[in-house]
Design a protein around this ligand. Structure first.
Ligand code: NAD
Length: 329
């Protein structure tokens, strides 16, 4: 089985190649190009393509893949908001994802962001390096005794809920489905109650039509003053313009984002010498209480190994037509 691997970073090859030694029938060619309609043509002659979060897997791309005989798209990630699922179905293309590779990894980064923005660790680090030992602008709050509001209590949200409990926080959550594993310590509330009661709000639901811009100026106004907002899920859960308005209203103690609306052209690129035009992210970064990381929630050794293992197994399962639950439907 031949797989064309798009948007390769060196860590991809380092994590896939060792796992490949256990799958002698699978061959991967790695290219740096991102998946888009034009580059989809490169996949002619391959059984499958393997793509990541910033790939364009819209109708046009899928049509080019189908025209070139490619029947399998392997997402080496959990989220699939960048895939036109209806188009894939119509074209007979199977799309597979890695639903759970290491949910702890993402939850741990979410907690890391909450702690960093609370205690301004990014500022503290730089201050001490510059011989500034003052405590100016570093005051935070105790997490213990505060209320954490988890939006989406699936795999990642459940770990985040546990971590918050570990910090001595009261944990409330909003989800359409209650996670029975959390019933001992999580109280489910409405979204409005969550917004009104939480000192920390952490987003762990997928990006769908329903969740697009779920954090907007109306929901921000319902939050407590001095709230910490963390998003490790998908950028478009938050309206960036409304977030900026909320920050200017002094609503937030801190905002920690591993994902943000404009990330597509940035993710895993070194753009340090670029002049960013019309960048709403640059405006976000100008605020002292905002910390942004570049979609690194998944980036642990354990998660990378699990992603490689599941993606290769997904390829073989899709080729056999097996239904494993990893298909995107
Ligand atoms: P999951 O499917 O296990 O859980 C998602 C939960 O969200 C489910 O319980 C679902 O019922 C709930 N949900 C759906 N719509 C909702 C809504 N409108 N309001 C409230 N809850 C809703 O998914 P997961 O593995 O926990 O992943 C969550 C998200 O994290 C993914 O969708 C993905 O976008 C993101 N993610 C980010 C990274 C990263 O590197 N930053 C890595 C992996 C996943």
């Amino acid at each position: 089985m031949k797989i064309l691997f798009y948007a390769t970073k060196n860590y991809d090859q380092k994590s896939f190649d060792p796992v490949l030694t256990r799958f002698p029938d699978v061959k991967i060619d790695y290219i740096e190009h991102e998946m888009e309609p034009m580059t989809a043509e490169f996949a002619k002659g391959y059984d499958a393509v393997c793509v990541f979060v910033s790939a364009n897997v819209g109708r046009k791309t899928l049509e080019v893949l189908a025209d070139n005989g490619v029947k399998i798209v392997l997402l080496r990630c959990a989220g699939f908001n960048n895939v036109d699922i209806e188009a894939a179905k119509e074209l007979g293309i199977t799309v597979m994802r890695v639903p759970a590779y290491s949910p702890e990894a993402v939850a741990e980064l979410a907690m890391g962001l909450a702690l960093c923005v609370n205690r301004r660790l990014y500022k503290a680090y730089n201050k001490v390096r510059e011989n500034d030992y003052s405590l100016k602008n570093l005051r935070g709050v105790n997490m213990r005794g505060k209320t954490a509001g988890i939006v989406g209590t699936g795999k990642i949200g459940a770990y985040m809920a546990e971590e918050c409990r570990g910090f001595g926080m009261k944990v409330i959550a909003y989800d359409m489905y209650e996670n029975p594993n959390l019933k001992d310590f999580v109280t489910y509330v409405s979204m409005d109650e969550l917004l009104a009661q939480s000192d920390l709000i952490s987003l762990h639901c997928p990006l769908t039509d329903d969740t697009y811009h779920m954090i907007n100026i109306e929901s921000i106004k319902k939050m407590k003053d001095g709230v910490i907002l963390v998003n490790t899920s998908r950028g478009a859960l938050i309206s960036t313009n409304d977030l900026i308005e909320g920050i200017r209203m002094r609503k937030f103690l801190g905002v920690g984002l591993d994902v943000y609306e404009e990330e597509t052209g940035n993710v895993y690129e070194d753009r340090s010498d670029d002049i960013m035009e019309h960048s709403v992210t640059s405006r976000l970064l100008s605020f002292p209480n905002v910390m942004i990381t570049s979609h690194q929630g998944f980036y642990t050794m354990e998660a990378l190994e699990a992603i490689a293992e599941t993606t290769i197994q997904n390829a073989l399962d899709a080729k056999e037509g097996l239904h494993t639950g990893n298909e995107v439907k």
